[in-house]
Ligand binder design. Structure first.
Ligand code: IMP
Ligand code: MG
Length: 178
């Protein structure tokens, strides 16, 4: 089966407008705090780049990467960091910057791992929320868009490392065999 980006679900200008709104909300909530953005690689990289440049307050940034759950979710094999944060998280006001919350398992685990480092506060900012796919309840304090249950690519999100560079979010479509 071949796949390619199909219908545009969220246009580039809709994304840019929403990112500015999220940045405004975060700038208000974290004025005079000690904001640390934790960008979850790789999918959130482009979102983080736009979001942090739209903030109107000082912030630090660091990057983490997580082992994937793949298709199976076994509570016995909790994913770890493949790249941990490098700055000290203790006492910080952390906003996690994620591309998409799907089943919720990654987010639950990520919050648990970061919480263990004793931040002052911890919040999630996710560009996309595939709410109907949720298996594990998790808070999204700052949410860009709730989307239907479809596999999407673009604006950082990939299919087999492709399509991250698209400026919009598109639904991945399968092409009929020829
Ligand atoms: P969760 O643990 O099921 O919430 O998985 C979240 C992760 O799965 C995201 O950070 C993405 O890396 C990946 N993912 C889930 N849905 C999509 C999608 O539609 N497109 C691209 N990646 C996705
Ligand atoms: Mg991800």
């Amino acid at each position: 089966m071949q796949y390619r980006p199909g219908r545009i679900l969220i246009t580039a200008s809709e994304i840019q407008t929403r990112v500015r709104e999220l940045a405004t909300a975060i700038s208000r909530a974290y004025a005079n705090r000690d904001l640390l953005l934790i960008c979850v690689l790789k999918g959130a990289a482009i979102f983080w780049a736009d979001l942090c440049r739209a903030l109107r307050i000082p912030c630090q940034s660091d990057f983490v990467a997580m082992e994937s759950y793949g298709d199976s979710v076994s509570p016995l094999e909790e994913p770890r960091f493949t790249k941990a944060a490098e700055v000290s998280l203790s006492g910080r006001d952390i906003v996690i910057v994620e591309d998409i919350i799907d089943t919720g398992h990654t987010s639950v685990r990520l919050r648990e791992l970061l919480r263990a480092a004793s931040p002052r506060s911890l919040a999630m900012c996710a560009l996309l929320d595939k709410a109907e796919r949720r298996q594990a309840a998790t808070l999204i304090e700052y949410c860009g868009f709730v989307i239907p249950n479809a596999f999407v690519v673009g604006y950082g999100l990939d299919f087999a490392q492709q399509y991250r560079h698209l400026p919009h979010i598109a639904v991945l479509e399968s092409l009929p065999e020829t």
